[in-house]
Design a protein around this ligand. Structure first.
Ligand code: FAD
Ligand code: 2HG
Ligand code: ZN
Length: 469
């Protein structure tokens, strides 16, 4: 097999042993697998040939992009039977069409480079997340990544117009259309988006571009409680409309942990507002002028402070101050990783019930696991919280992780009761695969299996992820 793979991609692009090791462990270091080899094809035709070879020989395939996924979706099992396909060399821009406001890129293109390429063309590619320096657009599409601008621009799905895909049988579907409207039958594009490599391999995509904002204003707001943060979100939506591009919430102790972990960063408040229990990072992107942005910002924030909804506001006075505020928010995942192992949740519930959800679920968890750390932050504007739970000081991480299923059950049962989703962002991967039958409608699950069996009849694409028989 190795020789056949080498014949397709070249000997130096078939990695085994030490060279393959970084691909066999996930970003959180929670899953370690084995593989026959990691293959690095240079183009779509090579991907198709590798997939065809695997299909003919019943070899499972695990696709990997930047390997920043949070749920072990790009890590193979430990059987050592899978071939991993890394998209790292599929890294060309194929076309920028500014008149159509689209960009066509290959799947291994790194998100930050894509944002920069769009900016150089005088456009915005709005997907933004803390892993943008290493995650790939293929991985973003495969996980339907969210990030911090979803409340204005939507998830990755909303940014994609067309896809090129290598099917599980090794055929190439040429679906790179830059059309905003196309009602010609079933939407295959939307099947591949969010399928976590379980249906086929995305090799390129045509994506939407937007106008660059003329001016931005950013502020960190302090609140007495989460209900007030939700009220502020509602006021910001009403006051800023489509100009509201970010509304990220974080518990006070989470923000404090960031500045403890990264002493070069500082909380933007001098007064007792530093001890506020909740903070939110708000961003306004204006399409008129800096003066217009400032006037809108002052009006809405001034009123909220006067009404006592916001107890304090630190408004960035420069681009570097704004970046520093965003840096605090984006440093949370690394801070959490440094705090030890935790049980992660990327849940969503209706925004109107989010405060009630957090308060009541915190209480249930504390009753069952006294002293656990509630590490709560996330994309309030999307109703999507990272409701993470860390070990109490009395227990080691490993003792706590032994209780992971029980913690999941408490949190996911609550989410279910609140009409929410057990995964609003990171996907199912292998981490939450056993939770699917518990919360998915049986008809929905059966339909998913029909799709899986139709598109991947031998079950070779990323087995054991998303759906488990
Ligand atoms: P990988 O981790 O390599 O793969 C993820 C999944 O996609 C796997 O199932 C893999 O098989 C599949 N896949 C990858 N490429 C392809 C392809 N070309 N075709 C088919 N399947 C493919 N996620 C969010 O949604 N919002 C956030 O705000 C966010 N923040 C993050 C912050 C940090 C610090 C980190 C480490 C991760 C964060 N993530 C976030 C999680 C992660 O989903 C995203 O980083 C990203 O979408 C994964 O892209 P990747 O290229 O690293 O994919
Ligand atoms: C974020 O919003 C990411 O920062 C990561 O989705 C969340 O680390 C997490 O739990
Ligand atoms: Zn997130």
């Amino acid at each position: 097999m190795k020789t056949k793979l080498q014949a397709i991609v070249g000997a130096e692009h078939v990695l085994t042993g030490e060279e393959a090791a970084p691909y066999l462990i996930d970003w959180r270091k929670r899953y370690v697998g084995k593989a026959l080899a990691v293959v690095r094809p240079a183009n779509t035709e090579e991907v198709a040939q590798v997939v065809k070879l695997c299909y003919d020989n019943d070899i499972p395939i695990v696709t990997v992009g930047g390997n920043t996924g949070m749920c072990g979706a790009a890590t193979p099992d430990d059987s050592g039977t899978a071939v991993m396909i890394s998209t790292g060399r599929l890294n060309r821009i194929r076309e920028i069409d500014t008149a159509n406001d689209t960009i066509t890129v290959e799947a291994g293109y790194v998100l930050q480079n894509l944002q920069e390429a769009a900016r150089e063309a005088g456009r915005l590619f709005p997907l933004s997340l803390a892993a943008e320096g290493s995650c790939t657009i293929g991985g973003n599409l495969a996980t339907n990544a969210g990030g911090t601008q979803v409340l204005r621009y939507g998830n990755t799905r909303d940014l994609a117009l067309g896809l090129e895909v290598v099917t599980a049988q090794g055929e190439i579907w040429h679906g790179l259309r830059g059309l905003r409207k196309n009602n010609t039958g079933y939407d295959l594009r939307d099947l591949y988006i969010g399928s976590e490599g379980t249906l086929g391999i995305i090799t390129a995509a045509t994506l939407k571009l937007y106008p660059l904002p003329v001016a931005q204003r950013t502020a960190m707001l302090a609140f007495n409680n989460l209900t007030d943060a939700v009220t502020m979100l509602s006021r910001a939506r009403a006051g800023f409309g489509a100009a509201l591009t970010g509304f990220e919430v974080m518990a006070g102790d989470v923000l404090k942990a960031v500045v403890e972990c990264f002493p070069d960063q500082r909380l933007p408040f001098e007064s007792e507002s530093r001890d506020a229990p909740w903070f939110a990072l708000l961003e306004l992107s204006d399409s008129e002028s800096a003066e217009h942005a400032q006037a809108r910002f002052e009006e809405v924030l001034g009123q909220a402070i006067e009404d006592g909804v916001v107890i304090d506001a630190a408004i960035a006075e420069s681009v570097s101050q704004s970046k520093a505020l965003w840096h605090l928010r984006e440093s949370i995942p690394l801070t959490e990783a440094g705090m030890g192992k935790s049980v992660k949740h990327d849940i969503s519930v209706p925004i109107s019930r989010i405060a009630e959800f957090v308060e009541t679920t915190n209480a249930i968890l504390q009753a069952q696991f006294p002293g656990v750390k509630n590490i709560v932050f996330g994309h309030l504007g999307d109703g999507n919280l990272h409701y993470n739970v860390g070990a109490s000081p009395e227990h080691s991480d490993d003792e706590f992780l032994a209780q992971q299923s029980a913690v999941y059950k408490i949190v996911h049962d609550r989410v279910h009761e609140f009409g929410g989703s057990i995964s609003a962002e990171h996907g199912i991967g292998q981490m939450k695969v056993e939770e699917m039958p518990r919360y998915k409608d049986p008809v929905e699950l059966a339909l998913m299996w029909s799709i899986k069996d139709a598109l991947d009849p031998k079950g070779l694409m990323n087995p054991g992820k998303v759906l488990l028989r």
